[in-house]
Design a protein around this ligand. Sequence first.
Ligand code: B16
Ligand code: MG
Length: 214
Amino acid sequence: MDVKCCIFDLDGVIVDTAKYHYLAWKRLANELGFDFTEKDNERLKGVSRMASLEILLSIGKVSLSEEEKVELAAKKNAWYVEYISKMNKDEILPGVENFLSTLREAGIKVSLGSASKNSMMILDNLELTRYFDAIIDGNKVSEAKPDPEVFLLGAEELHISPEFCVVFEDAEAGIEAATRAGMRSIGIGSPETLGKATKVIPNLENSDLNLLQF
Ligand code: B16
Ligand code: MG
């Protein structure tokens, strides 16, 4: 087995934060006078905060100045932080902690590769921070997935060549980012949307090192 590093996306792989993003974005949309559905929210998964706001505003056909946008993004984030500050270990997705622990025992490095600027707080609340050798998130990257930057930075920080890295992702843009980084990928979700991944599994439940045999 030649895998030396596993890189995990956060939302949709380790935990479902999308539901809290949804509550906060919906609250903002309602305040602006329009509705925001769960289907609309699908378009925001894996997308950065400011790009998410642009999508939301286009749904409501609202145009604002840059200054107003920055203000609204901060407002949404304050609500979101309020929701996620109540998260705990019970919200870790099935099989995740067990798999992270298996990787560490096997000497395989673990990195986060997320667009979120709140990832540290989330990992702390889930009591998962100690499993990570590197945390690359929205505070460290300038380019959003499908740009490979977030995954390449993880490999670089751990001094591991991309060919020995495997990315775990639930979004199509994340799978593309992994491919562009020269890494293999495991899609978490359905083969219909993640068909370009090296392998697709429904979730990490009962996962062991056999998953890393390609
Ligand atoms: P924040 P991931 C992404 O997380 C979410 O899927 C996306 O909905 C969110 O807008 C983005 O993080 C930024 O999050 O507002 O907390 O910085 O899937 O890349 O782990
Ligand atoms: Mg995701």
